[in-house]
Design a protein. Structure first.
Length: 147
């Protein structure tokens, strides 16, 4: 059995894979960089951290705030290296907005307040931009467990 945090990532992946899938279906769980040169775009979903609030009653549910990074990658095709990643980010945000509880997996699913987005542009074999969006997922587990 896997943790609730593992299930959260799975629910986000599932939402991004709904037809038509984001990034042509190149959606990965916790993939290590880099994205292959033959891939024009990709989305990577990974947990950054998860903080807990224990129930006041022993055996009560533990409430979690899990910080999830959704990385939107796209290769540059013109003079604006981040244009493709930006368009992918907009599509990802629109898709995820359709699932405010991730199909009942979470109590809430919202962009992180404050440091929500970050940009990176690298030139390896070709220019690739990555825009990372951070989301906070509130969810509960049984007692003091991870499930």
């Amino acid at each position: 059995m896997n943790s609730a945090q593992f299930a959260i990532v799975g629910a986000i992946l599932g939402q991004l894979q709904v037809d038509p899938p984001m990034a042509g279906g190149r959606i990965y769980r916790s993939r290590m960089r880099p994205i292959s040169v033959d891939q024009s775009s990709a989305v990577v979903v990974r947990v950054e951290r998860s903080t807990s609030t224990l129930a006041e009653i022993i055996g009560g549910p533990t409430t979690w705030a899990t910080l999830v990074n959704v990385e939107c990658y796209a290769r540059a095709t013109g003079s604006e290296p981040d244009a493709g990643a930006d368009a992918l980010l907009v599509d990802v945000f629109d898709r995820l907005a359709l699932a405010p509880t991730l199909g009942g997996t979470a109590m809430s699913f919202e962009p992180l307040q404050g440091d929500t987005l970050s940009w990176e542009v690298d030139e390896l074999d070709s220019k690739i931009a990555c825009i990372t969006a951070k989301f906070v997922v509130k969810h509960q587990t049984k007692g003091r467990t991870l499930t």
